[in-house]
Ligand binder design. Structure first.
Ligand code: AMP
Ligand code: FES
Ligand code: ZN
Ligand code: ZN
Length: 301
């Protein structure tokens, strides 16, 4: 196998692109895909400060690395979920990454905001861990960005993540979720920051290869509250399709974004209000996060 760019020995084959690259040209390919995502969806400009939500995993640290190397103004945000050793180790990876490059890392403790760490929140809500966790993450990312003056939050969601989420929404015809599935969500209220996913064009394998080649030290273990059986099954189905027909995930996601998503986009006439308890944006009187914090307080006291 030879590198598509220089004809040298290839280090990596990308079947869906029908191409192979040597290490330097793979790094170049990767950075170009991020630049293309940023440009195509006007994610941010060089004058803006970007808050990169980092979990300590390969995707978000690879993203931070690309943006820093490209000269963007960034700071990291780590949300400490209080999930035993998993949180301690992933926090240490983010701190080491930031320290080695002289970058600012903001840290928010979920236990402080919700009243208890995620494992206790899960027991209190008696719902799948990931639902309370996901809600808390989205809320705290927005709140931290507002507090520290960042107009945009970037996350490390990759092509595999996005294709699996789309597959799940389509399987259950969650038509409300479809218009919100996008590499870039605009701000629809002064108290909502933009949310962008600059890695949506890159597969999980590619982000792992990038992190490895860049010598990024990341946490390999997944959260111990493994995602629900259904979402793992969705990823497996897509993996099998990809194996049989390289490019399936790409075609599924990109086809949706280009051809199908506009059909689900309706002008939403929901009125955005400010939560009477915390002031963040909500469609009701009290936001879902404050309701969660209240429930945790009642069930743990
Ligand atoms: P996940 O939902 O775990 O697949 O994570 C998707 C993205 O959300 C990651 O790539 C990060 O950008 C962000 N993220 C997940 N967990 C955290 C965390 N504990 N702190 C900050 N950002 C996170
Ligand atoms: Fe939220 Fe695992 S990261 S439950
Ligand atoms: Zn090459
Ligand atoms: Zn609230």
């Amino acid at each position: 196998m030879k590198c598509r760019k220089c004809g040298g020995a290839a280090a990596l084959e990308l079947r869906r692109h029908n191409a192979a690259f040597c290490s330097p040209h793979f790094l170049e390919f990767f950075r170009k895909q991020v630049a293309e995502a940023v440009h195509r969806h006007q994610m941010f400009t060089r004058d803006e400060k970007i808050m990169v939500a980092v979990s300590g995993g390969k995707d978000s640290l690879a993203l931070w690395d690309v943006l820093v190397e490209d000269g963007y103004q960034t700071a990291g945000l780590y949300l400490d979920l209080g999930i035993f050793d998993y949180s301690k180790e992933s926090k240490a990876k983010c701190e080491a990454f930031a320290a080695s490059r002289g970058l600012t890392l903001h840290i928010e403790r979920v236990a402080e905001a919700v009243g208890a760490p995620i494992p206790v929140v899960q027991q209190a809500t008696r719902r799948p861990t990931c639902s309370a966790c996901g809600l808390s993450k989205r809320y705290l990312m927005n709140r931290a960005a507002l507090q520290h003056g960042y107009p945009v939050v970037a996350t490390g969601h990759n092509l595999d993540d996005e294709a699996a989420t789309l597959f799940g929404s389509v399987m259950h015809w969650q038509t409300d979720a479809l218009p919100r599935q996008s590499p870039a969500l605009a701000s629809t209220h002064p108290k909502l920051v933009r949310r962008v996913k600059p890695l949506y064009r890159l597969s999980e394998l590619e982000t792992a290869a990038f992190a490895f080649l860049r010598g990024i030290d990341y946490i390999v273990e997944e959260c111990p509250f493994a995602k629900g059986a259904t979402s793992i099954a969705h990823k497996q189905v897509l993996d099998r399709l990809e194996e049989a027909s390289p490019g399936s995930k790409h075609n599924f996601l990109f086809g949706f974004l280009e051809k199908a998503r506009p059909a689900f986009e309706k002008i939403e006439h929901v009125e955005l209000l400010e939560c009477t308890s915390c002031g963040q944006v909500t469609t009701g009187a009290v936001c879902a996060f404050c309701k969660l914090a209240d429930l945790v307080k009642r069930r743990t006291s």
